[in-house]
Design a protein around this ligand. Sequence first.
Ligand code: NAP
Length: 238
Amino acid sequence: MAEERTALVTGASSGIGRAIAQRLGAKGIRVGLVARREDRLRAVGKAIEGPGGQVRLFPGDVRDPRLAESAVREVVKTWGRLDILVNNAGIGKYAPVEALPEASFREQFDTNVVAPFLFTKAAVPQMKKQRSGQIVNIGSVVGYLGTARGTAYVATKWALRGMNECWREELYPFGNKVAYVAPGYVITEFGGRREDPKSPEAGWALTPDDVARAVESVVDQGPNSDVREIVIQVRDRS
Ligand SMILES: NC(=O)c1ccc[n+]([C@@H]2O[C@H](COP(=O)([O-])OP(=O)(O)OC[C@H]3O[C@@H](n4cnc5c(N)ncnc54)[C@H](OP(=O)(O)O)[C@@H]3O)[C@@H](O)[C@H]2O)c1
């Protein structure tokens, strides 16, 4: 059967979001790409279009409510529907609680919690109308525990998991599914790191595509299945 689905992926310019967009795009799912760095977004778009995929680019800041509304509106206008929303864009800054600037705390909540709320709020009317849709929230293993210096980032991933639980209960009567995908350490530019497959971490850490595979399994689950969460630990935890 021809692939008719469409998706919107936030934070698609690098790391996990790029890998998710590429994996979905390679399946023939039409993908809207959201992030601030337009040059990066264009490169991801080209990589998907090369073998025949279809994309739309939505450069901008996920903290801007107008971006969520316009991206959803344009995806629906272009392709007629919205089947998958991946709330992936995120930032993480660790600091001792007494040294954590209030502005940093707020920035992390605005990006990791308020933005997924805005995109979900914008997507849900269409998904309810369709009586089908899959929302995937990219959380973290720290959404289940506490860490020193993690006041802001760890709390955002707990908050996202809390919203995930609420949306599951609120939206399943409308045929909509919501899942939390929680990776451990992934080699990306996250937190100012470098995405370097030759780095020493490459021997044990997850790759962005490890996470993309989990997301693919969520979007391809059977009709009576409703995956709640996938926790992806690194294999070697020694
Ligand atoms: N790497 C890990 O170890 C790890 C582990 C668990 C969970 N995660 C989660 O995975 C998600 C993706 O992170 P990553 O590891 O792939 O890091 P990354 O390579 O730094 O990617 C972050 C993405 O989010 C986008 N983004 C950040 N702030 C944004 C904003 N205000 N507006 C629009 N886009 C924004 C970035 O794009 P622009 O800068 O171009 O805007 C980029 O595409 C995050 O939610 C993170 O919490 C990561």
